[in-house]
Design a protein around this ligand. Structure first.
Ligand code: HEM
Length: 539
């Protein structure tokens, strides 16, 4: 079964257990054991102010009862055989822009809202330690299974409260500072060049088609790039002779997302009984840990023999904070930085290939950025790329790989005129809003010009009036203190590869159908992904 909208098709995995898991999981965080997570929030007194007292009671918010909810998922029910996106659409049609889903099987209730004012209220009240439920298997492995390696640190994705803040405050200056991240540009540019060289060997010079699966190739590029940033190590995955450990790690990372989806998202009994499948997952995790720590140890030896004055790389900076924090952060970067970046890049490329006139505009800009396609990118040459940055934003607007943002409220809130008690889950449907004409004029069109502040070149007219003035309707990397920590890295990687690709090729989409997506932990492109890569004339 497929779901179509604004040029996207989302595949439904289509079975009952899978559907139920959507009640638990949306976007990067799940909705698991949320009752226990309030212990990480600061205590607050029950709200008694006028606004709260005048608000409608939570029990009067539209939404199904637990039994009705279950019946929706049964054969013939309104949500039977739907995926997460379809489910939200149908529920919104039935109940409106705010509704409450009862927490099944002892879980807390979740409010689904499509009102950007609610997004703002939720984020503005999330406090210093926002709660976004993480992947439980991460915590289990790190804290219970291998405290010897991780020293009781769960990592950013799964920690909450003070423990989360302790790590986040330490690593923010290393990973969120633009200049610090951009020191990786020369090597990321080199990786992008090698990626293009590899594509050339797989590209038929007559038909301009690729022999190999482009998505898989992009995952290799993403792996090579993030492992350089995180481990200061070239893995050689874009060469014919990659480091065998790197190949094993890349293979595990591919499997890891599937495992995590199975054990963190879908209903599973592993918290009570360790199934053989879960034990296999733990073994994979052991292997990932061993390979990663070996790379870190090798890097430490290299750093010891290096000249003190050299600018410290990301890994060296993380190690100088705390070795265990460094190990956990490196692993989180590898886990969170492959499918996200490759899926986003594929999405942006897809929209550019379906809009040849926009691609041509971009190509003009890139000729100025990189006059000699064999030359190197520098801080200076990449400073002024407004049209490229607008294309990236527009691609992520139409298909944000995380269709909703999630928080557990740490205070009593009034959302759309209803009382929402502290400890309730709030799911903010950003993808729906950023694809709505109410917030973005001509929302189905790929219109990078809406993101330009001024005309970027002759014939390229800025069109900021086609963009929502409300910052809360477009949040591909989340918002606030818990926003994506890899945002700067992802932007740098994506920009660098897009410059190289579109400076060298004119890219067109071959399948007659729009790009398809499957919704697992993120929205990931799937199905028939074929592009034609014709060399541009002056390259
Ligand atoms: C285009 C690519 C990416 C997108 C669209 C994306 C999106 C997101 C989103 C929406 C969140 C949740 C933010 C929130 O709750 O407010 C998140 C969290 C996170 N992302 Fe990314 N991400 C991307 C790439 C990366 C990369 C490359 C890394 C690796 C460095 C990374 C690491 C993380 C981590 C560790 C978190 C959890 C942060 C925390 O809870 O403190 N992401 N990401």
């Amino acid at each position: 079964m497929m779901w179509k909208s604004t040029g996207k098709t989302i595949k439904s995995p289509g079975h009952f257990a899978y559907q139920l898991c959507f009640v638990r999981e949306f976007s990067v965080g799940g909705i698991f054991n949320q009752q226990t997570h309030l212990e990480y929030a600061e205590a607050t007194a029950p709200r008694v102010d006028e606004k709260w007292q005048q608000a409608k009671l939570y029990k009067d918010m539209p939404g199904p009862s637990s039994w009705r909810m279950i019946s929706y998922f049964m054969p013939g029910g309104a949500l039977y055989n739907t995926n997460l996106i379809q489910m939200n659409r149908r529920m919104r049609e039935m109940y409106g822009d705010i509704y409450s889903m009862p927490g099944l099987m002892g879980k807390a209730n979740v409010v689904f809202t499509y009102n950007p004012e609610d997004f703002e209220v939720t984020y503005r009240n999330e406090g210093l330690w926002p709660i976004r439920i993480g992947l439980e298997s991460f915590s289990y492995y790190r804290k219970v299974q291998r405290p010897d390696v991780f020293g009781g640190i769960g990592g950013l994705v799964s920690e909450q409260g003070q423990a989360w803040a302790d790590i986040r405050n330490k690593v923010n200056p290393v990973l969120m500072k633009v200049q610090n991240v951009r020191q990786n540009l020369p090597q990321l540019d080199q990786i992008a060049k090698e990626f293009l060289d590899k594509l050339e060997t797989q590209r038929n010079s007559e038909t301009h088609l690729l022999d190999n699966d482009f998505h898989d190739q992009l995952k290799m590029w993403a792996f090579e790039s993030i492992s350089f940033v995180a481990l200061n190590t070239r893995m050689g995955l874009l060469t014919d002779e990659p480091d065998p450990n790197a190949s094993r790690l890349a293979h595990h990372m591919g499997e890891f997302f599937n495992y995590s989806f199975k054990y963190d998202v879908q209903p599973s009994i592993w918290p009570y009984y360790k199934t053989p499948g879960f034990k296999k997952f733990l073994k994979t995790y052991d292997d990932i840990t061993e390979i990663t720590t070996n790379y870190i140890e090798a890097a430490i030896k290299r750093f010891e023999s290096q000249n003190e004055c050299e600018k410290k790389c990301v890994l060296e900076q993380l190690l100088s904070l705390n070795k265990q924090v460094a190990v956990v952060m490196v692993m989180d970067m590898l886990m969170a930085g492959i499918d996200t970046t490759s899926s986003s890049l594929l999405t942006i490329l897809y929209h550019l290939s379906r809009n040849p006139e926009k691609q041509e505009q971009l190509s003009q800009e890139l000729r100025r950025v990189l006059p000699d396609p064999q030359g190197s990118l520098s801080e200076e040459s990449t400073k002024n790329m407004p049209y490229l940055r607008a294309c990236i934003k527009e691609g992520l607007r139409i298909t944000s790989i995380t269709p909703g943002n999630f928080r557990i409220t740490t205070k009593d809130l009034v959302l759309s005129g209803y009382q929402v008690p502290r400890g309730t889950g709030v799911l903010m449907g950003v993808l729906e809003l950023s694809n709505s004409d109410e917030y973005f004029a001509k929302s189905a069109e790929f219109l990078p010009e809406r993101w330009l502040k001024a005309d970027s070149a002759p014939g390229v007219q800025a069109c900021p009036e086609a963009r929502s003035r409300n910052p809360f309707v477009y949040l591909p990397f989340g918002f606030g203190p818990r926003t994506c920590i890899g945002k700067r890295i992802a932007e740098l990687e994506i920009e660098t590869l897009l410059v190289r690709l579109l400076r060298s090729y004119k890219i067109s989409w071959l399948p007659e159908t729009p790009m398809q997506y499957e919704s697992t932990i993120i929205l990931a492109p799937c199905g028939d992904i074929r592009f034609k890569l014709e060399p541009v004339q002056d390259s």
